[in-house]
Design a binder for this molecule. Structure first.
Ligand code: PAF
Length: 305
C-alpha cells in the first residue's frame, strides 16, 4: 500500500498523512473564504460512507475524508488487528466522489511515542456502549478532537448508524466550544434493511441472514410504537424476542431510551409534541441494539417519532 505524503493529480484527491501539511492545506482554503467539510472514517468504505461524502459536498466547497483505524478506541480482544484495511479501493471510491483531500496518517503520525493526553468523554458516553466498551469513547473523543485540530473544517459529517457516538461528539463540541458544526446523516441500509457497516464483511452467508433480525426487531418496535405502545420495557422485550427468535449469539443491549441523554425513562415514553411548523416530528425515544452475530458485534438504532 503506497501512501505518498502529498500528491496532487487532475481529479485525484490530495493524499496526505502529515498533520501539519494537512492543516496548512485546509487553512489555505479557509483563508480563500472557501468552506471545508470533514468526513472522519476508519476506511473500509461502503455506500453509507459515500453518502456522507455526498452530503458533505452539499455543505462545503471542499470535502476532506480522513482514513485512520484508531487504535485507542479498540479495547483488548476487540478487532483492531482484524479491522478491514482497503486503502487502495477506498481511494478509488473517493476519487469518483471528487473528494479534495484524503487525510490518511500512519499510527506514529497521529500518536507520537510520548503521547499521553486523552479527552475525558461526556456523560452521554456512559450508558450502553460505555458499559460494554469502557475505553471506547475516550479513544473516539481523543482522535476526533485531534482530527478537528488537524483538519479545522467548518463542518464535520457523521452517520446516525453510530447514534451514541454522534451524541457524544455533539456534547464534546458543545462542552469544549469547538468551532465546528456537526451534521448527522441518516443510516444507509442494504435493500433488505441491514444497516451498512464495515464489519458486515465479517459475516458468512448464514450470519448475514441472521443479522437481518437486528433491523427487523427495530422495525417491529417502531410498528408497536406507531400502534400506541408507550412502555419502553414492552418495546425492549419485543426487540429481544425478535433477536432471540433469530438465535443471535449474544445481545449486549436492546434499549429504548431518551434520545438526548440515552438514559432509561422513569415512566412511559412521553407523548410527542405536535407542531404546525411542517418540520419532521422531534424524536421522543431511540431504540438501540448491540448484538453479536457469530463473532461479529453489530450495532443499529432507530428513532421513534
Ligand atoms: O465512526 C468511525 O468510523 C470512528 O469512530 C471515527 C469517528 C472515524 C473515529 O475514529
Amino acid at each position: 500500500m503506497m501512501r505518498p505524503t502529498v500528491s496532487d493529480h487532475r481529479s485525484a484527491p490530495v493524499v496526505c498523512g502529515n498533520p501539519q501539511i494537512a492543516r496548512d492545506w485546509v487553512h489555505a482554503k479557509i483563508t480563500a473564504s472557501e468552506r471545508v467539510a470533514l468526513v472522519p472514517t476508519m476506511g473500509a468504505l461502503h455506500a453509507g460512507h459515500l453518502e456522507l461524502v455526498r452530503n458533505a459536498k452539499l455543505l462545503a466547497d471542499h470535502v476532506v475524508v480522513s482514513i485512520f483505524v484508531n487504535p485507542t478506541q479498540f479495547g483488548p480482544g476487540e478487532d483492531y488487528q482484524r479491522y478491514p484495511r482497503t486503502f487502495d479501493d477506498d481511494l478509488q471510491a473517493l476519487e469518483q466522489e471528487a473528494v479534495a483531500m484524503v487525510f490518511a496518517p500512519t499510527g506514529p503520525e497521529m500518536y507520537s511515542d510520548r503521547f499521553s493526553t486523552y479527552v475525558s468523554p461526556p456523560a452521554v458516553s456512559e450508558p450502553l456502549e460505555g458499559k460494554f466498551r469502557p475505553e471506547h469513547f475516550r479513544g473516539v473523543c481523543t482522535v476526533v478532537l485531534k482530527l478537528f485540530n488537524i483538519i479545522p473544517a467548518q463542518v464535520a459529517v457523521f452517520g446516525q448508524k453510530d447514534y451514541q457516538q454522534a451524541r457524544v461528539i455533539e456534547d464534546m463540541v458543545r462542552d469544549l466550544d469547538l468551532p465546528v458544526t456537526l451534521a448527522v446523516m441518516p443510516t444507509v441500509r442494504e435493500p433488505d434493511g441491514l444497516a451498512m457497516s464495515s464489519r458486515n464483511r465479517y459475516l458468512n452467508p448464514v450470519e448475514r441472514m441472521k443479522a437481518l433480525a437486528i433491523s427487523q426487531s427495530l422495525r417491529r418496535a417502531a410498528e408497536l410504537y406507531a400502534g400506541g405502545q408507550r412502555s419502553a420495557a414492552e418495546l425492549e422485550s419485543a426487540i429481544q424476542e425478535t433477536l432471540q427468535d433469530a438465535a443471535v449469539e449474544r445481545i449486549d443491549y436492546a434499549a429504548v431510551v431518551d434520545p438526548v441523554t440515552l438514559l432509561p425513562f422513569d415512566r412511559d415514553i412521553p407523548l410527542e409534541r405536535k407542531t404546525d411548523s411542517g418540520l419532521p416530528p422531534t424524536p421522543v425515544a431511540v431504540a438501540l441494539i448491540a448484538a453479536h452475530v457469530g463473532s461479529t458485534r453489530l450495532i443499529d438504532n432507530l428513532l421513534l417519532t
